[in-house]
Design a protein. Structure first.
Length: 174
């Protein structure tokens, strides 16, 4: 938002809107995801919502990078967060689907990878802005990452567990 010429005060106020819509997107994504799974089955229900929301968010981020009007920057960033967060419940549900009794490990790995990627993206974003003098280039990177995420999510099959279920070891009694 700084790149669009917002003052510190304006940024403080408008910066909350994407996170509010992101929270609403997460709730709506959970409801929509459950409905899609009931309608199309586990594989297509999980994939369709995640892939479409990531692709649409990618387009919104590209539009954000091209935007110069403050009102459009607020609108596009807010919509981008909301649409992107529609897929979060599907991502967490896929961890449960494929992880089964190892769901805690799978969710932990996903969360760690997401946090590492978020950290790396934040650092790279700043360096790219400094090197180019523009916010457009790092937004193209973010849009590319969202589109890549959609492509990868389209390959996930939540009906296939990552590991066979382990049989409990026999307990020796003393």
């Amino acid at each position: 938002m700084r790149g669009a010429g917002f003052s510190e005060r304006e940024m403080g106020w408008f910066a909350t809107l994407p996170f509010l819509l992101g929270a609403a997107g997460s709730v709506a994504g959970g409801v929509a995801g459950d409905r899609l799974v009931r309608r199309w089955g586990l594989r297509q229900g999980r994939r369709r919502l995640a892939v479409s929301s990531l692709l649409f968010a990618s387009l919104l981020v590209i539009a954000l990078g091209l935007s110069r009007r403050k009102s459009l920057v607020v609108l596009l960033s807010t919509l981008g967060f909301g649409v992107m967060d529609l897929m979060l419940p599907s991502a967490w549900a896929v961890c449960l689907d494929v992880g089964a009794s190892w769901a805690g490990v799978v969710t932990g790995v996903m969360n760690t990878a997401g946090q590492a990627g978020g950290f790396l993206c934040t650092v790279l974003f700043g360096y790219i802005v400094r090197a180019t003098g523009s916010y457009r280039a790092p937004l193209v990177l973010v849009a590319s990452m969202l589109a890549s995420g959609a492509a990868l999510f389209s390959r996930i099959d939540p009906t296939q567990p990552l590991a066979p279920e382990a049989k409990p070891a026999a307990v020796k009694e003393a």
